[in-house]
Design a protein around this ligand. Structure first.
Ligand SMILES: NC(=O)c1ccc[n+]([C@@H]2O[C@H](COP(=O)([O-])OP(=O)(O)OC[C@H]3O[C@@H](n4cnc5c(N)ncnc54)[C@H](O)[C@@H]3O)[C@@H](O)[C@H]2O)c1
Length: 496
């Protein structure tokens, strides 16, 4: 069967896409500098790249940069909801093989990735750019012929790296891989500044809710969680953190946030944000404790942090208010849950309640009541017909954004262009490192971090745009610090 040159939603959107790409280019100084420096050299000539990253306006600038550097490129999106159809149209209208549209089914999503493995001339890819493991795992598990010719993988996401680390431990990773996520210029910028800002934008565009005064629980205090906490605190929210790692928990405490468990946070928060990269963070036991119209959203790579399946199977009503962006679930109240402010007493807890009326004990009792009643027929549909509205005394609502997919990517314009310029420069320098003959011998099969000199170079390429002027070391200072005036400035273990 002949291969389709591209598959997108609507090619007539290409002019709109091109206008947005033009604006984005101005905010992506790193990628534009790379084009100027390496474009004339066609440094990536011979690279046949399949990319699987959210097909957005910013990704379009990356794709066109790779092509200007001499690579052949085919693209799919790393999430079924994240494609900006006008960006895909602009790319397709230039004759670039892109297979992506917003709102794919699982089968369509898989089909799109599969299309990127062989080029029109029948030649397979020899490089991968991935964020998540969908493309990489397809090649590794199902396409051994392609795997044999693969020169390298650049992987941008924490979850993708987890997958590759597992393969490496099983001695099945035969290809050099560069872990972009742990470059300083990725994790300390995209994850921290990018997620923090685009989260706020995502929540507001979905709900128009005011952040000031809200109690917000953030699951995970890694780079993403810290960035979100910083932005939300600035807007006047009170932040609660859940963590498994004592170091991150201590950091959160010393940044002024209360660290507790999801069981404790559920009844007292207005907004919940998952940022862990770990499944099953918010589950049915927590939903049962939450306040009416609590807002739940995720920033982690996978949509498994919030148990959306349980909500789909157990709510008595689901209103999709903005297509794919806001779902309002109506659930039947458990008489003993936190939505019932009467603090009904469980027999086992009568004494406690009678002796002590403080809030904490009331909350504890609520939790206990819920735990004790977790086997109750919470999903009892017998009340279905009685449910008229959110505020009747039998039901309450939970609002889920973007179906549990990353709200900052799917909810609005995604990460800001400037942040994506920094992240994508990591992919480009890594691709150059892995492909170009001069560099290729440095990387054995396994997982590597991009050299610090590139990390510093990427930051340097973005300084002018923010009006920053670097201090240059004097010869005496260089001598004293034992540092070259052009870097590198820090040892590899420095944490920034
Ligand atoms: N949406 C985006 O634009 C975007 C951007 C960057 C990263 N990400 C994703 O965000 C997630 C987090 O990335 P990161 O860079 O912050 O990683 P990180 O490792 O720095 O932070 C994750 C934190 O979650 C904690 N954690 C893990 N399991 C937990 C659990 N069960 N309960 C509470 N805390 C738990 C870890 O201890 C860690 O501190 C990843 O899935 C990553 O792919 C998304």
């Amino acid at each position: 069967m002949t291969k389709l040159p591209f598959q997108i939603k609507d090619i007539s959107l290409s002019e709109f896409g091109r206008k947005e790409i033009d604006i984005a280019e101005n905010e992506m100084p790193g990628l534009i500098s790379v084009r100027k420096k390496y474009g004339p050299l066609k440094i990536l000539k011979g690279s046949r790249i399949a990319g699987c990253i959210h097909m957005t306006v910013q990704t379009a600038v990356l794709i066109e940069t790779l092509i200007e550097l001499g690579a052949q490129v085919q693209w799919s999106s790393s999430n079924h909801l994240s494609t900006q159809d006008h960006a895909a149209a602009a790319i397709a209208s230039k004759g670039i093989a892109v297979y992506a549209w917003k709102g794919q089914t699982k089968e369509e999503f898989d089909w799109c990735i599969e299309q990127t493995l062989y080029f029109q001339d029948g030649e397979p890819i020899n490089m991968i750019i991935d964020e998540g493991s969908d493309l990489t795992s397809l090649v590794i598990e199902k396409h051994p012929k392609i795997l044999n010719q693969l020169k390298g993988i650049t992987q941008g996401s924490y979850n993708g790296i987890n997958y590759l680390t597992k393969l490496y431990r099983e001695k099945r990773l035969k290809v050099p891989t560069i872990n972009i996520n742990d470059s300083i210029t990725k994790s300390k910028f995209d994850n921290f500044y990018g997620c923090g800002e685009s989260l706020v934008d995502g929540i507001k565009s979905a709900t128009n809710i005011i952040i000031a005064g809200k109690v917000i629980t953030i699951a995970g205090y890694g780079n993403v969680g810290k960035g979100c906490a910083k932005q939300l605190s600035k807007l006047g929210a009170r932040i609660l953190i859940t963590e498994i790692d004592p170091i991150n928990a201590l950091q959160a405490s010393m940044d002024g946030h209360q660290v507790l468990t999801m069981d404790d946070a559920a009844p007292i928060s207005n907004i919940f944000i998952t940022t862990t990269g770990c499944p099953n963070i918010i589950s049915s036991d927590h939903f049962k404790l939450m306040k009416n119209d609590s807002i739940l959203c995720n920033l982690g790579h996978l949509n498994t942090e919030i148990d959306i399946n349980w909500l789909n199977n157990n709510s008595i009503k689901k209103d999709s208010i903005k297509f794919d962006l806001v779902d309002r679930y109506t659930l039947i109240k458990n008489n003993n849950n936190n939505n019932n402010n009467n603090n009904n007493n469980n027999n086992n807890n009568n004494n406690n309640n009678n002796n002590n009326n403080n809030n904490n004990n009331n909350n504890n009792n609520n939790n206990n009541n819920n735990n004790n009643n977790s086997n109750k027929d919470y999903s009892d549909n017998s009340n279905k017909n009685n449910n008229n509205n959110d505020n009747d005394d039998k039901s309450y609502n939970l609002i889920v954004l973007s179906k549990g997919n990353a709200i900052n990517i799917n909810g609005n314009g995604g990460h800001p262009s400037f942040i994506m310029s920094i992240s994508f420069c990591n992919h480009v320098f890594s691709q150059i490192s892995l492909c170009v003959e001069n560099y290729v011998l440095k990387y054995s099969p396994g997982i590597h971090i991009l050299q610090k000199s590139f990390d510093e170079e990427i930051a340097r390429l973005h300084l002018n745009h923010v009006g920053a002027k670097l201090t240059v070391l004097t010869p005496v200072q260089c001598n004293y610090l034992a540092i070259d005036k052009n870097g590198t400035y820090k040892p590899s273990f420095y944490r920034y």
